[in-house]
Design a protein around this ligand. Structure first.
Ligand SMILES: C[S@@+](CC[C@H](N)C(=O)[O-])C[C@H]1O[C@@H](n2cnc3c(N)ncnc32)[C@H](O)[C@@H]1O
Length: 211
C-alpha cells in the first residue's frame, strides 16, 4: 500500500464512521494508562500518542496532569474529531498530521505510545522507517508502549492485513536497545460486540543503545 493509499484509506475511515463506532474504540483506555503510569513518567515530561486517531487517551492524559502531549496521525479528520471533543482543553496539545514512516521528529519524547498502528506495517521497509522515527524521537531511558493484535488476535483490522506479535517477536523487531519491562494482554470488546486479543508491551530504551 502506497503512502497516498494509506492516507486515503484512513481519512475515509474517519469521514464515513463515527469515532465511537470504529472497532478499536475505547471509552477508557485502561491498559494503556496503566502502562504509561508504570513508566514513571512525570507531568512535565513530553509524550506522544502515535497513530492516536480520535482516541480518548489524550483526554485521560490531560486529566492525569500531563501538560506536554502530542498526538500524531495520518488522518486529519481523526485529529479534528479529538480537537473538537476537547474544545479549549485541546489547545495545549501538539497535533501532528503525518505518516509515522516519513515523519521527521523535531522534539524528543520521554514516552511513545502506539496502540494498533505498528501492526499495520506489513512491509519490512515501513517497519524500518517506523523504527528510525522512534529512535530519533525517543530520548535515551524513555519508554515505548506498543499494543498490537496478539498471535491469537484477528488477522485484519479496518479491512487491512496486520502482523500479529508476541512479546518476543515485538522485542526482536525493536532490537537490543529496547528492554522489555512489562507485558499485558487485553480482550478488547469492539462496539459491534466482537472480542479482539491485544498484547501490550512496555520497553525502556537503554542508555547505551547502539541504534
Ligand atoms: C486501529 S486505529 C487505532 C487508533 C488509536 N491508536 C486507538 O487505539 O484508538 C489506527 C490508527 O493509526 C493511524 N495510522 C495508520 N497508519 C498510520 C501511519 N503510517 N502513520 C500515522 N498514523 C497511522 C490511523 O489513521 C488510525 O487512527
Amino acid at each position: 500500500m502506497s503512502q497516498v493509499e494509506r492516507q486515503e484509506h484512513w481519512q475515509g475511515v474517519y469521514t464515513r464512521n463515527a469515532t465511537d463506532e470504529v472497532s478499536w474504540f475505547q471509552m477508557h483506555p485502561i491498559v494503556s494508562l496503566d502502562l504509561i503510569h508504570a513508566s514513571d513518567i512525570q507531568p512535565e515530561d513530553r509524550l506522544i500518542d502515535v497513530g492516536g486517531g480520535a482516541s480518548t487517551l489524550v483526554d485521560h492524559l490531560l486529566d492525569s496532569g500531563f501538560r506536554m502531549v502530542s498526538v500524531l496521525d495520518i488522518a486529519g479528520p481523526a485529529l479534528a474529531a479529538s480537537r473538537s471533543r476537547l474544545g479549549d482543553r485541546g489547545a495545549t496539545v501538539d497535533w501532528i498530521e503525518a505518516d509515522v514512516t516519513t515523519w521527521h521528529p523535531s522534539l524528543q519524547y520521554s514516552l511513545w505510545h502506539d496502540r494498533a498502528v505498528f501492526h499495520f506495517l506489513t512491509d519490512p521497509a515501513d517497519r524500518a522507517a517506523y523504527k528510525t522515527a522512534l529512535n530519533h524521537a525517543l530520548q535515551k531511558d524513555g519508554c515505548v508502549v506498543i499494543a498490537t493484535f496478539a498471535l491469537d488476535g484477528p488477522e485484519r483490522c479496518s479491512g487491512l492485513p496486520v502482523v500479529r506479535y508476541s512479546p518476543e517477536s515485538l522485542s526482536a523487531e525493536l532490537g537490543p536497545s529496547y528492554r522489555l519491562e512489562q507485558v499485558e494482554h487485553e480482550d478488547h470488546r469492539t462496539p459491534a460486540g466482537r472480542t479482539q486479543r491485544f498484547v501490550y508491551c512496555r520497553f525502556r530504551r537503554l542508555l547505551l543503545g547502539g541504534e
